[in-house]
Design a protein around this ligand. Sequence first.
Ligand SMILES: [Zn+2]
Length: 165
Amino acid sequence: MFVTITNCRLGACVAFSLPEVKRIGFVTQERPYAQTLTKLREAGLRPTRQRLALGRLLFDGGDRHVTAEALHDEAQKAGVSVSLATVYNTLHQFTSAGLLREVVVDSARTYFDTNIDDHHHFFFESDGALMDIAGNDVVIGSLPPAPEGMDVARVDVIVRLQGRK
Ligand SMILES: [Zn+2]
């Protein structure tokens, strides 16, 4: 399995192959690509250069909640040349493939969550941050029956926080 990744920045391109991760000295820098590559392949997504680069930013370093705009900024800072539209498309492809969960806080704010386990969220209205709440820390007392022909797929709870007055 050989995938060559080319990273072009300021006219200079560096190309390397993923099997290099096995070599001592390359491990720290490139292992995230290998992890992302495995994730993409398992999800049935072709590992394009942009998917790998964005996947590495998303999945390298624990669970996180990102907006498309924030990920686009991170990509620019990391020297990954990618448009905001591509970031949006990639995030939605990752979500459809089950690698991310979409958390819609309101019509103007959608986050993509790398934690795909059942859980809920605190939302800090002051700065727009999300914090995970373990799934079993929220108990739903009762729900109306789903409309005819429908099943409840999931219940997402967003607890909105404001500073104490
Ligand atoms: Zn979360």
